[in-house]
Ligand binder design. Structure first.
Ligand code: FAD
Length: 512
C-alpha cells in the first residue's frame, strides 16, 4: 500500500494523525509539500506566513531526514502536482489534516476531492479536534458530548525507520529561500525577519514548556497589557495555527502540569492562570467551527441582517490605519508593533478592529486581508469570527467600542509601549500622550477622525438593524447555529452570550 501524506498546516511528527495512520497502513509513505502559487498569491497571505511555513517545513523535513525519511517538496498547484506524482508512482491513499481555511483553499480542496475520485485515490482527512464537518449544529453538539478529540492522548512519533525508502526520482528538495522568494513578485527582495517568533516543532515545545513552568503564572491579569502579553501570554498561537504543535498536546501537558502543581505553594495563583488559559484554548475550535459551518464567511456576514450595513471604506483612511498614522497613539503603536512583530494581544487586536470599523467606518471585509497579512498566527476561522464580532455584525454579542485613551491609561500608563513604537512621541509625557486626541503634537499625525461622534453614528446604524423585527429573527437563527449554547444574559436590552463575555471578564472589568 502506497500513501501520500500531504503536509498542510500540520508541520510536526509528534501527535500527527496523518503520519501515524499512513505509517500504520502503508509500507511506503511519501511526505509531500507543495508551495501552492494561488495560495501564496492570495491577498491574506504575507511574507510573515511564508517565513513561518518555511521554518516549519525546514524543521519537519530535518526531523524526518534524521529518521531516514525523505520528503518531496514542489512548487505549483496542488492538483497538477498530485497528478505528476501519481504519473511517476501511482499511490492508493492521500492523507491530510482536515483544514478549515479560506475560501480559496476550500475550493482547492473540492478540486482535490474531484481528482481523487477520478483516479481512484482514497483521500483521508484526519481531524483530531472538535471542529466537525457537516451535520446540523445539534448533531455536532451531540457528537462532542460523546467524545472530545481535544482531550485524547497524543500519538507518539511512529516508527519511521521501518518504512521503505522513497525512490530517488520521487524525492525533491524544493526551492531554497532565495529561489522561493524570487518566484513570487510580491516576495521579491524580502529578507528574513528576525522579529518574528521561530516556528518549528522544537520551538513550539520550548514555548509551551516555558509557559507552563514559568511565564504562565502571571497569565491571569497579565495578558491585557500589550507589553506584558509578549511574556505572560502562552505565545502558542502561531504554533497552533501552523500545526507545529497540536491542541491535544497542549491540553495533555496542561493536565500534567496541574498534577505537578498539587503540592506547590503557588498552586492558587497557577490554577487561576491555567483555568483562564484553558478557557481560551476551548475558544479556538469554537470559532474555527463557525468558518467550517459557513465557508463564505470571508465574503458574507454570519448574520445576513448586517449585509447592507453602510461603510465609508475610504482608501486613505485604510492606509493611515495600516501605517499607524491615525493620530490615536495607542492604535498607531499597535499597528506598528504588528507590522514589526506579527503579534498583538487579544485586547489590542479587538481595539484596532473596533477603531477601524466604528471610528474610520471601514468594513470588516476591507480590513480583513491587510490585518490577516500582519498576523503571524493567522487562523482564518478565529480571525474572521473575531473581525465580525468586534465589528458588531454578529448580532448577539455586546457592541464594544474601545476607547484608545482608556486602553492607554489602563494598560500602558507609563507609555512604554507607545514610545517604543512611535518614536515621534518618545519625549512626550504620559499626560500629553493621553491628551493626543484633543491637542496637536508637533511631529505626530493629527487625529484622522473624531472617534466619539463617528462611533455614535455607526452604533446607531447597527442598533437600527438589531432592533428591527427582521434583524431579530435572523439573529435568533444565527445564535442557534453558531452560539456557544450557554445561558444568555439580558443587559440593557441586549442579549449577551455569557460564555463569550469571559474573553473580557477573566481579565478585567469588561469595560472598554
Ligand atoms: C480581531 C482579532 C483577530 C484575531 N485573529 C487571530 C488569528 O488569526 N489567530 C489566532 O490564533 N488568534 C486570533 N485572535 C485571538 C487572540 O487574540 C490570539 O489567539 C492571542 O492573542 C494569541 O496569543 P497567545 O498565543 O499568547 O494566546 P493565549 O492567551 O495564551 O491563548 C492560548 C491559545 O488560545 C487560543 N485563543 C486565545 N484567544 C482566543 C480567542 N479569542 N478566540 C479563539 N482562540 C483563542 C489561541 O490559539 C491561543 O494561542 C484574534 C483576536 C481578535 C480580536
Amino acid at each position: 500500500m502506497k500513501a501520500v501524506w500531504w503536509i498542510k498546516r500540520d508541520f510536526r511528527i509528534y501527535d500527527n494523525h496523518c503520519l501515524w495512520d499512513a505509517c500504520k497502513k502503508g509500507n511506503l509513505v511519501i511526505p509531500f509539500f507543495c508551495w501552492e502559487k494561488s495560495v501564496l498569491n492570495e491577498g491574506d497571505y504575507s511574507s510573515f506566513h511564508l517565513q513561518a511555513q518555511w521554518e516549519a517545513l525546514l524543521g519537519l523535513t530535518t526531523n524526518l531526514q534524521n529518521r531516514g525519511v525523505a520528503t518531496r517538496v514542489v512548487i505549483g498547484e496542488i492538483v497538477e502536482q498530485l497528478e505528476l506524482l501519481f504519473s511517476k508512482m501511482p499511490f492508493d491513499q492521500l492523507y491530510s489534516h482536515q483544514e478549515t481555511g479560506n475560501l480559496l483553499t476550500f475550493k482547492r480542496d473540492r478540486a482535490v476531492q474531484r481528482w481523487c475520485d477520478k483516479v481512484g485515490v482514497d483521500w483521508i482527512e484526519k481531524n483530531p479536534s472538535s471542529v466537525i464537518r457537516g451535520g446540523s449544529a445539534h448533531q455536532r453538539r451531540l457528537r462532542l458530548k460523546i467524545a472530545d478529540f481535544r482531550k485524547q492522548a497524543p500519538l507518539e512519533i511512529p516508527e519511521l525507520r521501518k518504512l521503505q525508502p522513497l525512490p530517488v526520482e520521487i524525492i525533491e528538495k524544493g526551492p531554497d529561500w532565495e529561489k522561493l522568494t524570487s518566484i513570487f513578485p510580491k516576495f521579491r527582495g524580502f529578507s528574513y525577519n528576525s522579529n518574528l517568533s521561530k516556528i518549528d516543532e522544537s520551538s513550539a515545545l520550548k514555548t509551551l514548556d516555558s509557559f507552563l513552568n514559568d511565564r504562565g503564572i502571571e497569565y491571569s491579569g497579565g495578558i491585557s497589557s500589550p507589553n506584558a502579553a509578549f511574556k505572560n501570554g502562552s505565545r502558542l498561537s502561531s504554533h497552533l495555527a501552523w500545526g507545529t504543535m497540536s491542541l491535544c498536546s497542549v491540553f495533555n501537558q496542561l493536565d500534567k502540569r496541574r498534577e505537578e502543581l498539587l503540592d506547590s505553594e503557588d498552586r492558587g495563583k497557577w490554577n487561576r492562570s491555567l483555568r483562564a488559559f484553558e478557557s481560551r484554548l476551548f475558544w479556538r475550535d469554537h470559532f474555527i467551527q463557525r468558518l467550517e459551518s459557513f465557508p463564505e464567511m470571508e465574503e458574507k456576514s454570519l448574520n445576513s441582517a448586517y449585509a447592507d450595513l453602510k461603510y465609508e471604506d475610504d482608501p486613505d483612511k485604510l492606509q493611515a490605519w495600516i501605517k499607524g498614522e491615525t493620530g490615536y497613539p495607542m492604535v498607531d503603536a499597535c499597528m506598528r508593533c504588528l507590522a514589526h512583530t506579527g503579534f498583538l494581544n487579544f485586547r489590542m487586536r479587538a481595539m484596532v478592529v473596533s477603531f477601524a470599523c466604528y471610528g474610520l467606518h471601514l468594513s470588516w471585509k476591507t480590513i480583513h486581508q491587510p490585518l490577516a497579512q500582519m498576523f503571524h498566527d493567522y487562523e482564518p476561522g478565529i480571525h474572521l469570527s473575531q473581525l465580525q464580532m468586534q465589528a458588531g455584525v454578529v448580532g448577539f454579542n455586546a457592541i464594544r467600542v474601545y476607547s484608545p485613551t482608556k486602553q492607554f491609561l489602563d494598560h500602558d500608563p507609563e507609555g512604554r509601549f507607545v514610545k517604543r513604537w512611535i518614536p515621534e512621541l518618545e519625549k512626550r509625557t504620559s499626560a500629553e500622550i493621553a491628551n493626543a486626541e484633543k491637542s496637536i503634537i508637533d511631529g505626530y499625525s493629527p487625529i484622522l477622525v473624531d472617534l466619539k461622534s463617528r462611533a455614535k453614528e455607526m452604533k446607531s446604524r447597527i442598533f437600527e438593524i438589531r432592533k428591527s423585527v427582521g434583524g431579530k429573527i435572523i439573529t435568533d437563527k444565527v445564535l442557534k447555529k453558531h452560539g456557544s449554547r450557554k445561558p444568555l444574559k439580558k443587559r440593557k436590552g441586549v442579549v449577551e452570550n455569557k460564555r463569550q463575555m469571559t474573553l473580557f471578564k477573566t481579565f478585567g472589568s469588561g469595560k472598554t
